[in-house]
Design a protein around this ligand. Sequence first.
Ligand code: GTP
Ligand code: MG
Length: 273
Amino acid sequence: FFQTVASPPSSNFLLLGPSGAGKTAFTTLLEAKSSLASNKSHSTHTSQQSTLVTVALPPTVPTGSNRYRSVNDPSLKEAIRNPIKYRIKDTPGHGKLRASQGISELQTMSQSKDIKTKLRGMIFMVDTAALVDEATLRDTATYLHDVLLFLQKRAKNGSSSKRTTEVPVLIAANKQDLFTALPPGAVKENLEAEIDRIRKSKTKGLLDASADTGLEDEEEILGNDEQEAFSFKLLEHEVGVKVDVVGGAVKGDLQEEFGSGVRRWEEWVGMCL
Ligand code: GTP
Ligand code: MG
């Protein structure tokens, strides 16, 4: 009934997002909370390399397979004794490192056939105080667009017999402690609208290109080719890739509003397990 052997981490999550979003701060906090923290310290400045860390899910966070864990549930005692561990890969968000690190990690991890190392979920972190800046919004949405397009291609190429499971996406709307931060709902709307603009200019570019060459371009459009505006709902409906936008904060005290600043993100992770 009780699992007595400490289970090795068998679930991997990938952390992407633009530079300065708080990815390393988040991974460092999870490590510290897990008390699995090794002595090696992580630099708080811009990352240049990806790092894989093992962290533990707080015992009170329900998992997808154990959704209704109550305080009296014996499985809670077990979870305290033997917390569920997972691995999270922090990547550098600098524009010049996205192709070689972020996107390429996504390719490698999402193609892993080993059940022990397969990608369970992807967290895309954004700085919600920086998104009011137009250039930052464009940059963030461009990165997110590329990531989602990769997941869409992956979903469409997987033959129905092999049935690739879609990788769920969490948009972690970080820095909600700052009073200039956009609330998660506005973050969602702004990103959707900006991705729609990127999509439109891409479609236009493709039309111009095919007018030039007279050839149909193979390049795919995110969501669908219809005139409908882009939304994460549309992506879920058309492609099966689920995107959730959830607010939180790695720093600052959000005890009242968020339980703990990262609790809701941990709950999202839990539901993927
Ligand atoms: P790259 O490694 O360049 O991709 O950036 P990153 O996403 O790893 O960002 P990092 O974790 O280094 O955080 C950037 C800055 O944001 C640091 O100064 C953090 O202390 C700060 N920061 C992170 N999370 C929060 C938050 O929730 N609130 C506030 N106010 N600051 C935060
Ligand atoms: Mg970093």
